[in-house]
Design a protein around this ligand. Structure first.
Ligand code: SAM
Length: 173
């Protein structure tokens, strides 16, 4: 699979804690290698680290002081997800040629972001959620392969079941 990282812009600790946590967990579950949280997002980062410790995989979560330098220093396509962007289905084949940094906002996204990304991409051109946009974008970017990804290491894994909630310790395999 190609490499993908996620940048969460403008995290506001007083109101975005839950959504930023969901951005981090969605990034991990849908195959991204890392998430960068702009602002004081230590709570969501700690939750992502704890999930990785328990369920495995190689996922880096951290906070960043300067989202602009994360974007300018990224070696690949920087893709800002926005309802105003080009339809994901029109550009994803081109975007997939290189590693991707998927950028999602919280509140109002500053104007410079639209100008300093390689692509502005809409997952539909309707307003919805950064979590939904990120999940669909990563699913398109990985062409569905992330659904079969394995998460090596960790303590526990789910045993997919028709009914009920089954897990097993990874040590017991
Ligand atoms: C709740 S929206 C807030 C957007 C804000 N009102 C603005 O003007 O930038 C939060 C984030 O969800 C993502 N988002 C929402 N709808 C989207 C769509 N249709 N396509 C892609 N991303 C979307 C964007 O990353 C956006 O920054």
């Amino acid at each position: 699979m190609e490499r993908a990282e996620v940048l969460r812009l403008g995290h506001r600790p007083e109101r975005d804690e839950r959504l930023t946590t969901h951005v981090c967990l969605t990034a991990r579950a849908f195959g991204a290698d890392a998430v960068h949280v702009d602002g004081n997002g230590s709570g969501p980062v700690e939750t992502a680290d704890e999930v990785t410790r328990r369920f495995g995989g190689d996922f880096d979560a951290g906070t960043v002081e300067s989202p602009r330098s994360v974007m300018s220093g990224f070696d690949g396509n920087v893709v800002h997800l926005t309802m105003y962007g080009e339809p994901v289905q029109d550009v994803v084949d081109e975007v997939r040629d290189e590693p991707v940094l998927a950028v999602v906002g919280a509140g109002k996204v500053d104007g410079w972001v639209y100008g300093e990304t390689d692509y502005n991409v809409g997952v539909t051109n309707q307003p919805h959620s950064e979590v939904a946009a990120l999940a669909v974008f990563l699913h398109e970017y990985f062409d569905g392969d992330e659904l079969d990804a394995s998460f090596v290491g960790g303590e526990v894994e789910v045993v997919p079941s028709e009914r009920g909630k089954k897990t097993r310790s990874k040590d017991s395999r």
